[in-house]
Write a protein that binds this ligand. Structure first.
Ligand code: COA
Length: 422
């Protein structure tokens, strides 16, 4: 038994944001039926390919545990198959450009007519307003949701982050909306619309920066290092480099080997409660009693000097040695781990956070498994489907078409060619 066993998802998602959401639901046990255009499929199957003619890692890593049916939803027979799918499924998830589902003839009113229990969940770039008709990709969402204006260094340009907070972040928000709507349906018996706009999702993750925007109106942000450097604040929350986002000052510091290793760095937090052990470790025991350093307010205008001094010590140790020394003293710090180090980390393999998967066309590859662990519903990672791999199986087992009807559907051109595995 998995938590979402019995829930059937009509997965109309593509690229990253929607597929992240439905992959999570599939890991929790939902039967996820991915509907793709015959012969084409999700555009990411062919994007950033590392092996010719083989589904890209972009696709395989976002579409585990799903079944794939190819269906031309603009063909009349295809539309009638889609109607049957809408009646059989609990949730429709989509992240088409605004209006695409209406143009297909499957807007919210039609969906409700076909299946009043249906939950229709969408990712869009923006909620209602001036930009509601815009197509949006990850970095646009990072820029319009407040992340880019607050990321990077004060004297540099706005910067996007590698974490896909616009796409995968919004997919996560949508997944929560869907399970919440499923829970409400238990009581109301009705479906509902769920919308997660990428701008809203990014802004939600940038909540602390809107906090700072309002604090700015009452005075300088004293924990930002620019305050200690005597640089006045602009009207809007500035970029804060590697300053910690909370009340405990932090910074990224060089470690032994930084000259040749781009990731020989550690994040170091001078948490007030452990100031004394920090002073001892870095060889500055006199700072424990010195009134210029002993209290957090006294340290605020000296943070750059303090972190330079701590760095003089961290440069004599590897990032892992810094961790080994600081952790037992409860000094919060973390090595900057490269993707290579994460891929090779044994503990992540043991927990199923990094998983090796076997794919019939590409062979073995690594992926990130389910990041949310449920004790009663463990997630097992099953390779992504080939394009249309489950078309016949879905037509017969889920929709109840006879063999003859399946042949007629195939002859109409509504489902494309069935992939046959050796
Ligand atoms: N059969 C027939 N037609 C299909 C189909 C199928 N199975 N599946 C999709 N289509 C059609 C759609 O109906 C649409 O046709 P239309 O424009 O004539 O109405 C068309 O394919 C393309 O869909 P669209 O969503 O516009 O794709 P795109 O590649 O032009 O745009 C995005 C991609 C991501 C920019 C856009 O989908 C978008 O803004 N999505 C919402 C925000 C989002 O999720 N962004 C992040 C992506 S990671």
């Amino acid at each position: 038994m998995k938590a979402l066993n019995g829930i059937r998802i009509l997965d109309f998602t593509h690229v990253q944001s929607g597929p992240t959401c439905t992959q999570l639901l599939a890991w929790f046990g939902a039967d996820c039926i991915k509907v793709e255009r015959p012969g084409v499929g999700d555009a990411t199957r062919g994007q950033l390919r590392d092996i010719p003619e083989v589904d890209s890692l972009y696709f395989t890593m976002l579409n585990h545990n799903k079944r794939s049916i190819t269906l031309n939803t603009k063909n009349e027979t295809g539309k009638s198959v889609l109607e049957r799918l809408v009646k059989e499924c609990d949730v429709l998830v989509e992240n088409f450009a605004p209006g695409a589902l209406d143009r297909m003839g499957f807007g919210w009113e039609r969906i409700q007519e076909l299946n009043p229990r249906m939950i229709m969940a969408s990712v869009k770039g923006f909620g209602p307003g001036p930009y509601e008709d815009c197509k949006v990709y990850e970095n646009v969402a990072q820029c319009t949701g407040g992340s880019a204006s607050t990321t990077g260094f004060r004297d540099g340009p706005p910067t996007v982050t590698g974490a896909q907070i616009g796409d995968s972040g919004t997919g996560l928000h949508l997944a929560l909306g869907i399970v919440t709507a499923l829970y409400q349906r238990e009581k109301s018996g009705r479906g509902q619309r769920v919308l997660a706009a990428m701008q809203d999702g990014v802004l939600n993750l940038c909540r602390v920066k809107l906090r700072d925007q309002q604090r700015l109106e009452r005075g300088p942000l004293t924990e930002y290092s620019q305050h200690g450097q005597g640089i006045p604040f602009p009207e809007a929350t500035p970029r804060a480099g590697n300053d910690s986002g909370g009340g405990q000052p932090g910074w990224i510091l060089k470690c032994k080997g930084w000259e040749t290793d781009a990731n020989a760095y550690v994040y170091f937090i001078t948490q007030a409660a452990v100031w004394a052990p920090i002073c001892d470790v870095i060889g500055k025991p006199e700072w424990k009693e010195d009134p210029d350093y002993a209290t957090p307010p006294a340290r605020l205008d000296k943070l750059t000097h303090i972190f330079d001094t701590i760095e003089a010590w961290t440069k004599t140790r590897t990032k892992f040695e810094v961790m080994d020394i600081c952790n037992p003293l409860d000094i919060p710090c973390g090595p900057i781990l490269s993707m290579k180090e994460l891929a090779e980390e044994p503990s992540l393999r043991e927990t199923g956070t990094i998983v090796e998967v076997d794919h019939p066309a590409r062979g073995k590859y690594l992926t990130v498994g389910c990041p949310i662990k449920l004790s009663d519903s463990p997630a097992e990672v099953i390779r992504s489907p080939l394009l249309g791999e489950h078309t016949t199986e879905i037509l017969t087992d889920v929709l109840g078409y006879t063999e003859e009807e399946v042949r007629e559907i195939q002859d109409s051109g509504a489902v494309g060619k069935q992939v046959v595995l050796d």
